[in-house]
Design a binder for this molecule. Structure first.
Ligand code: SAH
Length: 245
């Protein structure tokens, strides 16, 4: 074991008040911070005394190699992800690369609030029962596997959270996903659409499975589709847990 250390940090949805104390401490202890440029911008004010390595999208492996190199020189590095770093984030690829390369630096995973949960909080209480998160990005996953997961999750009556709902600019993914889910669920099923949850520009709306495609849905959006018991009330979307009253 050398002296270097890598923190893989989930910074939460964006607003500082939703970042954990442990994440703030990990970034504070690091002398270099690595991440996707957009996330670096969200925490810029915390990085004044640090070396910053900002990357474009799809350069995840390079980011991990850079973290390893710095740690091997004895540096303390924070590799940042939005939301939770272990949910479609950097934790997995960092550990894969470290394991392959026989890394001798200490690696610590620091969790954060994932988009599913910050989006849910903007809508009410839609995730009160079993739920599945499904990413519609087919960059790293075959579309046929995504379709199968959508179909099975809908059939099993999971509440469904759709991440990356508009894969690299293509509209048809969200349409296809909605149509698969509607094979098993009523048109009137409540759907919450949340853009930029818990960060500047937050927008949340409640609609239905039948109507959801008439709303703007982009890569900054998480879509939550209720199960067969979910209802929309004046206080927001509620998925009953089933408590006897
Ligand atoms: N690790 C992240 C997810 C990264 S995948 C997490 O745990 O939240 C990127 C996708 O997450 C986006 O396409 C969007 O669907 C969702 N997302 C991330 N931040 C969001 C936010 N603040 N509001 C709504 N959706 C968000």
């Amino acid at each position: 074991m050398n002296e270097g250390k890598i923190f893989v940090v989930g910074i939460g949805p964006g607003g500082r008040e939703h970042m954990t104390g442990a994440a703030i401490e990990a970034i504070g202890r690091s002398d270099a911070v690595i991440g996707y440029k957009t996330y670096i911008e969200l925490i810029e004010d915390m990085l004044l005394d640090k070396e910053i390595l900002g990357y474009g999208m799809k350069r995840e492996v390079e980011r991990c190699r850079a973290a390893l190199e710095l740690a091997e020189k004895g540096r303390t590095v924070a590799l940042v992800s939005s939301g939770d770093c272990g949910v479609y984030g950097m934790a997995g690829i960092m550990l894969e690369i470290a394991a392959e390369s026989g890394c001798e630096s200490d690696i610590e995973i620091v969790p954060g609030v994932p988009a599913a949960n910050s989006a849910a909080a903007c809508l009410g209480a839609p995730l009160m029962h079993d739920y599945a998160t499904i990413s519609l990005s087919d960059l790293l996953t075959d579309w046929s596997a995504i379709e199968k997961r959508l179909d099975c999750a809908a059939q099993a009556d999971f509440v469904i959270c759709l991440y990356n709902p508009r894969s690299h600019g293509r509209r048809e993914h969200i349409e296809k996903a909605r149509n698969i889910i509607m094979k098993h669920r009523a048109e009137g099923t409540p759907v919450g659409i949340v853009r930029s949850a818990m960060r500047e520009g937050q927008f949340a709306t409640v609609t239905t499975l039948g109507e959801m495609l008439s709303h703007d849905i982009d890569m900054l959006t998480t879509v939550i589709i209720g199960n067969s018991k979910t209802y929309a009330s004046e206080l927001g979307i509620i998925t009953p847990r089933g408590y006897k009253r």
